[in-house]
Design a protein around this ligand. Structure first.
Ligand code: SF4
Length: 78
């Protein structure tokens, strides 16, 4: 079992404009739903450089990555 922190990804589906950038950048953690908006691919993740990049590059800042235990914002770095 890994000691890596468990992170939770959230997508503000009101903000999301369905660009698909995040799903292409971090397909293990973000997918495009049938309605054309992004959604987390799994309930929790250990995170990755790609996930951080996806959160940073979202044009409408719809993605947040938080520590599941503390709620601390991990990405994007505002
Ligand atoms: S990058 Fe942002 S706007 Fe584009 S699909 Fe992902 S969450 Fe939506």
């Amino acid at each position: 079992m890994s000691d890596a922190p468990q992170l939770v990804v959230a997508v503000d589906r009101v903000r999301c404009i369905g660009s698909g950038l995040c799903a292409r950048t971090a397909p293990a953690d973000l997918v495009l739903s049938p309605d054309g908006r992004a959604a987390p691919a799994r309930p929790a993740t250990e995170g990755s450089a790609e996930l951080t990049e996806a959160a940073e590059m979202c044009p409408v800042e719809a993605i947040t990555v938080r520590d599941a235990a503390t709620g601390e914002l991990i990405a994007p770095a505002w």
